[in-house]
Design a protein around this ligand. Sequence first.
Ligand SMILES: C[S@@+](CC[C@H](N)C(=O)[O-])C[C@H]1O[C@@H](n2cnc3c(N)ncnc32)[C@H](O)[C@@H]1O
Length: 240
Amino acid sequence: MTTDPLATTGWRFDELRHAGAEHLDAEYVAAYERKAGYDPAPDVARFRALGLDRSSTLVDLGCGTGAFALAAAPFCRRVVAVDVSPSMIDALSALAEDRGLANLEAVRAGFLSYAHQGDSADFVFSRHALHHLPDFWKAIALTRVAGMLRPGGVFWLRDLMYSCSPFETARVIERWLSRASAHPGVGWTRAELETHVREEHSTFTWLLEDMLERAGFAVQAKEYSDSQIYAAYTCTRVPR
Ligand SMILES: C[S@@+](CC[C@H](N)C(=O)[O-])C[C@H]1O[C@@H](n2cnc3c(N)ncnc32)[C@H](O)[C@@H]1O
């Protein structure tokens, strides 16, 4: 009998309940890539410049429909694309099959429940997903990411994170909301962004950076968007 990795008991966080209802909705998932407008090519090039090659194992956590995992797979030995949403995983599995990507495994699990099997990962990628966890659970999730990487392995994380002080928050958020998309089909509307701020768990960069170090990462590079809403980190797992 197999156990559902997302089953929760006692004090454990319910990843499915906090995944964002829209991510579980097949109709939203079918339209997701157009809305997200994400081109994975620059991120694949970045990973290749960091050493990703045909011997590498790559894990994509919170992969969604897998735009990055699908684009990276031809350059890797093994890609594991992980997401809590059955609809996302189904969409990704269908695309991987269509493209004949036999080295891509789609796994329904989350930051807190994915159990990495086989050789340690050389690279972990995560984009716009960690904010589904409250900070306590982010800190735990980051130790789990460190646990699946080999020493010296690379973790690249990008998410909505506020690179400002709490005193500046209202100005930064209002400026971001004022630039929201008018059309939900091709971007996130003001109402959707408001929901993100109110109900999801984007945190301050200075809190996240402390969590990364405590989890066993050395931050090699950081990028903050001009909007002060997005941040990206290139980290290496410190040998223990
Ligand atoms: C905004 S989408 C980002 C998808 C993709 N990484 C991208 O950049 O387009 C957030 C994804 O995180 C997933 N997610 C939510 N909670 C999660 C968790 N606890 N563990 C892993 N994935 C999660 C959602 O199902 C969704 O596919």
